[in-house]
Design a protein around this ligand. Structure first.
Ligand SMILES: [Zn+2]
Length: 251
């Protein structure tokens, strides 16, 4: 008898190069998916230890708080090395192991065109891992040494971060955007620079940053006649199985 590793199925698995990437870029969409009754897991490829603010430890605690507030099924941190997120067979296989462990239908990750080099590298690694995870001849094993079953996610979406990218789809997140702030604000060391503080200023701890994020969600929402939207890019054309699910009848 051949034993294979057990899986912990989720519908969506969201990857981020750093803790907080996911919450900032697609937190409201993840809440919407959970509101629709599906499980979501998050995987941070690094602990974010090279960020100007916070330490690996504080960022881990913040990620745990965000996980609790958002209600994810689980969160993994791979510790592949902030600013040292290199393309290697070892890193690729660590990501394949996570995909095969959670067998998601949908993977969401950093976009390929971004300001932070780690985001671009994460995007390439996750794209490739999604494909290679489906090849039976690539062997991986779980923590107990049991062989994992090949699994290729059906859908891959890239969220939008710093760069103003043109989305292929916009998700109406009017019902979840306010709630998603709880996940973002869990990362207290990153976004809240007190007046007169001697902490260094970063792109994301300026007081204009969070209102800017809301302005973008409003602008994306306007494009689809909604209050708030989150945009995504697709690596391939969107397949339509049920026409009226994608193009619903006006109610
Ligand atoms: Zn990041």
């Amino acid at each position: 008898m051949t034993l294979t590793a057990p899986t912990q199925p989720v519908y969506a698995l969201a990857f981020g190069a750093h803790p907080d990437d996911v919450e900032l870029a697609c937190g409201a969409t993840l809440l919407k998916i959970m509101d629709e009754g599906q499980k979501v897991a998050v995987c941070d490829l690094t602990a974010g230890e090279m960020g100007t603010l916070g330490t690996a430890e504080t960022r881990r605690m913040e990620a745990a708080l965000a996980t609790e507030r958002m209600g994810y099924a689980t969160r993994e941190q791979l510790d592949l090395g902030d600013s040292e997120l290199f393309y290697s067979k070892e890193n690729l296989h660590k990501i394949i192991r996570i995909i095969r462990k959670y067998t998601p239908e949908t993977v969401i990750c950093n976009p390929a065109d971004e300001r932070h080099p780690d985001h671009m590298k994460a995007s390439r690694l996750v794209y490739d891992a999604c494909y290679y995870a489906g090849l039976r001849k690539i062997k991986t094993f779980d923590g107990d040494g049991l062989p994992q079953t090949a699994h290729r996610p059906r859908h891959l979406l890239y969220y939008i971060q710093f760069k103003q990218l043109d989305p292929d789809i916009i998700v109406d997140v009017s019902s979840t955007f306010e709630r998603s702030r709880g996940g973002i604000e869990a990362f207290g060391t990153q976004f809240h620079r007190k007046e007169g503080s001697d902490e260094p200023q970063t792109m994301i701890n300026r007081k204009e940053f969070l209102p800017g994020l809301e302005a973008r969600a409003r602008a994306l929402g306007e494009q689809i006649g909604a209050m708030y939207g989150e945009g995504f890019l697709l690596p391939t054309a969107l397949g339509v199985e049920q026409f009226t699910c994608v193009f619903p009848v006006r109610t």
